[in-house]
Design a protein around this ligand. Structure first.
Ligand code: ARG
Length: 579
């Protein structure tokens, strides 16, 4: 069965068609909004369309509302009852029980739970992207978690997502690391923690170079050798990449994060000179101090025209040059409809500039920067600086340890499942969700207690709710009761409220993906859980005498369960059957 058009979209279309008949042919119809009615209204949805029309029609909004409602009534057919008018002119819609039953049936049978499917267009998502020879810091954790959620949502919506890990595997730092390797490496430390040791000697280089400027020249010489293809330096560089990727991969495995390609910065090396030459030939470049070249973009007639350096005075390309080449490479390779970059907000300007430059060069790919703020804790221990001191795996270990401790207190004595696996699922889920439940743009204050709570807007609460639905359905099955996916009996306003909310799964995932805001899905899931608990408290399932009502309630439970499990999965979070 194909999924039905979401109710809001269906109502919106009907209101718009009716309005178009009411306004003069040369007037433009207002942007019609249809929203869920607030609690306390007998309607399910409301629109302020009549208020918006008052100016165009020069009549009182209430008058227009009455007129619009009357004209809408025949059009609504079996979808809704006759609309009501309230307040200054709001029109309220109440779906018919038949229509609600149709939604329940369609959603229960729909292959994608009502997620409208795109046509397999390519979307590139550039995320995680840590730097070789450095520990992943908190910024990379956020990028990894948010990017992975976007990749999962994109795939669920029928796109061909290319998850691209744009690792930092090229640049001046490699000359410095090679110099440091030759002078200060502790081989035993490197064996046990290669990335930690590379980071240590790199920092050591920075400190020493402040005292002795000649080190910079020596490092530049190593870099020049590397760039010229010197065998030993190339081998070292490759070894740094391999060692770092090994460590990154362990983290990705644990988090369940998968990339389609890992085209690091070095992947674009051969494309940089031709690109700069081409831009030069097209007259886009301006020579600035000391022989550097910059590309001019945007409005050049203003007082401080915009420029972005693409070739430094020593001839080297920049991070920006690589990003320009990356846009063109992706366009040629996948012709994506969109490319999403997930980094912290400090790169806001960088991407604004890159996007403007390539738009001047006729790139039509939709380029979107999803940026996020800083993560900190009340003790300050997760600040970006100190974040380097808390490696990600230690953070994950701690989350798992705490989840395990809380499980020990909660689980019944006869629990025979795998407690370690469960603790890992809850611990990692809590870490991910505490990030994803926030608007990416805001800074996060990280709190263990809040994160691992079984109440409130947390992953354990959602996981617990889904586990509750499993145990209810198992008990029902043992009593010979199974959801049938069609029966709907609405005996309590809370059942209606729950179903109306579940009907929003598709539009919610769509909005979360398009706006680059996984928190939109997170808060929708939180509302599913809260509504489910209120409903369940008021509407007994197994204790009810009425068999039709029982089946109807099992249908709601089953749908809520599938959406909780799928929704959590879209956030990269597992949902246990028991906890
Ligand atoms: N490696 C960069 C960093 O650690 C992030 C790269 C983001 N992606 C990009 N195409 N520039 O800050």
């Amino acid at each position: 069965m194909t999924s039905p058009q979401p109710a809001t979209a269906a109502l919106q279309a009907l209101v718009l068609a009716t309005i178009e008949e009411m306004i003069p042919s040369d007037a433009t119809a207002p942007n019609v909004q249809v929203d869920r009615s607030k609690a306390g209204f007998s309607s399910d949805f409301q629109t302020p369309a009549a208020l918006q029309l008052a100016k165009v029609l020069r009549r009182s909004p209430r008058d227009i509302a009455a007129d619009l409602a009357a004209k809408l009534t025949p059009r609504l057919g079996a979808l809704a009852e006759a609309p009501d008018v309230s307040g200054p002119g709001f029109i309220g819609f109440r779906l018919s029980d038949d229509a609600l039953q149709g939604y329940l049936e369609a959603l229960s049978a729909a292959e994608h739970l009502g997620l409208e499917q795109a046509g397999g267009e390519h979307i590139v998502i550039d995320y995680s992207s840590p730097n070789v020879a450095k520990r992943m810091h908190v910024g990379h954790i956020r990028s990894t978690i948010i990017g992975d959620a976007l990749a999962r949502m994109g795939r669920a919506l029928g796109y061909r997502v290319i998850a691209d890990n744009h690792i930092g595997d090229w640049g001046t730092q490699f000359g410095q690391i090679i110099y440091a390797w030759d002078h200060w490496l502790d081989p035993a430390a490197y064996d046990s923690d290669p990335v930690g040791e590379l980071q240590r000697i790199y920092i050591k280089f920075q400190t020493e170079a402040k005292e002795d400027a000649s080190l910079m020249d020596a490092a530049r010489a190593e870099l020049a050798k590397l760039q010229a293809g010197d065998e030993r330096n190339l081998a070292l560089w490759k070894q740094f990449i391999a060692a770092s990727r090994h460590v990154f991969d362990a983290v990705y495995d644990r988090l369940g994060v998968v990339f389609d390609v890992t085209n690091g910065e070095s992947h674009y090396n051969d494309m940089l000179i031709p690109l700069v030459d081409k831009m030069h030939d097209e007259g886009r470049l301006i020579a600035i101090d000391g022989g550097a070249l910059a590309v001019a973009f945007g409005d050049q007639d203003i007082e401080r025209p915009k420029r972005m350096v693409v070739r430094k005075s020593d001839g080297a390309a920049t991070y920006a040059t690589t990003d320009l080449a990356t846009v063109f490479y992706r366009e040629q390779t996948w012709a994506p409809m969109r490319c999403i970059y997930v980094t912290d907000s400090r790169q806001k300007e960088h991407f604004q500039h890159v996007f403007s430059v390539v738009r001047d060069m006729d790139v039509t790919t939709d380029l979107q920067h999803v940026m996020f703020g800083i993560m900190s804790s009340p003790e300050g221990s997760l600040s970006t600086r100190a974040g380097n001191a808390i490696p990600l795996d230690e953070l994950l270990d701690e989350a798992t340890r705490r989840a395990r401790a809380s499980l020990e207190e909660r689980l019944p004595a006869d629990f025979d499942g795998d407690k370690d696996a469960l603790a890992e699922m809850i611990g990692l889920g809590a870490v991910k969700y505490s990030d994803l439940s926030n608007n990416p743009a805001s800074n996060i204050v990280f709190s263990w207690d809040k994160m691992l709570s079984f109440e409130g807007n947390t992953a354990p609460y959602l996981q617990y709710t889904s586990a509750r639905t499993h145990s209810l359905l198992a008990k029902a099955a043992a009593a010979g009761l199974e959801p049938d996916g069609t029966t709907l009996k609405l005996a309590d306003p809370l059942e209606r409220d729950l179903l109306l909310h579940l009907m929003d799964f598709g539009p919610t995932v769509r909005a979360a993906f398009d706006q680059g805001k996984p928190n939109t899905l997170a808060s929708w899931l939180y509302d599913v859980a809260s509504k489910y608990h209120s409903w369940y408290a008021a509407c007994p399932v197994l204790r009810s005498e009425d068999r039709e009502l029982q089946i109807s309630r099992l249908n709601l439970t089953r749908l809520a369960q599938r959406m909780l499990v799928r929704g959590l999965d879209l956030l990269g979070i597992g949902a246990p059957q028991r906890m």
